[in-house]
Write a protein that binds this ligand. Sequence first.
Ligand code: CTP
Length: 432
Amino acid sequence: MPLDLTPVPHELRGLRIALLVAGGIAAYKLVDLASALTQAGSQVRVAMTPSATRFVGAPSFRGVTGNPVLTGLWAPGGAPEPHVFLGDWAQLVLLAPATANVIGRIANGQSDDIVTATVLASRSPVVVAPAMNDAMWSKQAVRDNIATLRERGMTVVEPESGHLASGHVGAGRLAASAQLLEAMASAVRSRYDLAGRRVVVTAGGTREPIDPVRFISNYSSGKMGFAIASAAAERGARVVLVTTASHPAHNGVDVRPVETADEMLAELRAQLEGADLLVMAAAVADFRPAKVSGSKIRREETSHLTLDLEPIPDLLATVGREKGGAGVFRVGFAAEGSDLDAKALEKMKKKGLQAIVANDISRKDVGFGSDHNEGVILFADGTRQEIERMTKRAMADRILDLVGPRLDLRGDVPPQGGGPGEASSRRTPLNR
Ligand code: CTP
């Protein structure tokens, strides 16, 4: 089937794919594949062995992907360790055409060119698509190396039988694009349970200005939100993190800095359209100064200062009533000092959430500022799961383990008080 008739599986859309090209005549077919993936919304970065560049020019790949092509371990203008960058960046690696030589070198852990080094430096599933002469493909040495790659968890897409460049007819021709795409999608499905999902996370305490140099805020460090954003990105989701805090995040996370609750609401409204999941880990202020002084309030000008505070709307309940947010699976956090379950349940209902994570803020060893957390997650469907003390990163994965399978099953619980836009904007798995 011509490639332009092969639909790109939805798991690959939005995914960061490293396409590693070795020196075989079939290299030219990968230009089409890179183009189809890019057009379908995947981000494709190509690395080529020196001999691959003799079959296809790097500018062809650059042209169809829009990204620079790596052709060596010392690429001019590239990152100092391009293979480490590419290995970290990629959510999926496709090695094609995989020659007998490159297969042998990978099976032996060699890393003397950008392709083999990137395979070794990768943290993601690797799909290997061999293509070579039929006699080479049939040799025991090659079969043993292929078996080694499979044992080590790589997916091997067997070559097809047919007319070979050598003039022979036999097994060795690069598998059809449809098969490559299906093998890639299957590798993604088994590794990335959130592939194809759009996740919006909030983090940190909002800062509500008093004057140009002072603000009201809270003790939230933002670490829990960053942990959730990174975990979701590692599980294949496209993640936007709306945050007042700043910490290292997984390099796939789209970080949107904000300061105030108003800015956070505006960014949420911009991001929620088409999202599958909102995790609201931010500690949004409940009150802000009713008037913000345009200039610094001076000590000598006032002997006694009283701040008049006005309430801030509940962001979760607000977006839950709006068209963009109503169809999104919404998870809130509840920071409580006592009666954890009862108060969290009440908040979940009031804010119209599908789930809420409650933690005890009276504990000093978990929660605010700590790298650890502990709590309980409650779902609108009645499920209750305790989360024992663990790192925030591990807790993020535990939350996503529980939320992920429910994303298509969400029961709709409108925020109390109702509002416009709810009934019309429900999304089902089919129109998601
Ligand atoms: N939240 C929000 N908008 C606010 C305040 C809180 O969206 N103005 C969200 C938080 O991000 C969190 C959840 O609501 O996910 C619960 O926050 P919490 O501070 O525990 O609850 P509050 O509703 O503020 O109630 P209270 O402070 O009285 O406990």
